[in-house]
Design a protein around this ligand. Structure first.
Ligand SMILES: [Zn+2]
Length: 199
């Protein structure tokens, strides 16, 4: 599994990822538009099979329309609770959409991804787990946590989600955490130092 990092446009510079394995690829949070992903897919000689969202906020889906237009067969995967969270561009029912459930697994090439439903920042926020990496969206940041003052946000719910990540023995300290904004970190560092994770 190879994970390429891109960032979306200013001023949010949202972290976005292209996961490549065995000739297939998945975009996690299409903040950049299709023109940024196309040369990477070509270089990796990979076919885009999935578009995965950590949640529906606009800064994470800037490029969603162009990506769906460029690769119409790719499955768009998100929690139904965030379909309306895409604000001015709600996701409508279509055969390409896969509504996620907690713990669901997906295969991209030889890579297996597991989605963890971690609501709080938004009702449909989630983290994507794959081969020692956790793409945490706006749930968990290095030294911080997502805001809960936007529509659908809920502080108590976010704290429960962070508790879940802190306490889950299946998630090792060495797990690399790639948040939706800012620096990358590890779960062990956040367990030790992040005030929102220590309860
Ligand atoms: Zn957000």
């Amino acid at each position: 599994m190879k994970l390429l990092h891109l960032t979306g446009p200013a001023p949010y510079f949202t972290n976005s990822f292209l996961l490549v394995s065995g000739g297939e690829a998945a975009i996690i949070d299409p903040a950049p538009d299709a023109a940024r992903f196309a040369p990477l897919l070509e270089k990796e000689n990979a076919r885009l099979t999935h578009i995965l969202l950590t949640h529906g906020h606009f800064d994470h889906v800037y490029g969603l329309d162009s990506v769906r237009a460029a690769w119409p067969a790719a499955r768009l995967c998100l929690f139904r609770a965030d379909a309306v969270g895409t604000e001015d561009r709600p996701v409508k029912e279509s055969p390409e959409i896969l509504w996620l459930t907690d713990g669901q697994t997906l295969t991209v090439g030889q890579a297996e991804l597991t989605v963890l439903h971690t609501p709080g920042h938004t009702p449909g926020s989630c983290c994507w787990l794959c081969e020692g990496v956790l793409v945490s969206g706006d749930t968990l940041f290095a030294g911080s946590a997502g805001r809960t003052d936007l529509p659908g946000g809920d502080w108590e719910t976010l704290m429960r989600s962070l508790r879940r990540l802190a306490d889950d023995p299946a998630l090792p300290d060495e797990l690399r955490v790639l948040p939706g904004h800012g620096a990358f970190t590890t779960l062990g560092l956040e367990r030790a130092q992040n005030p929102y994770m220590k309860g």
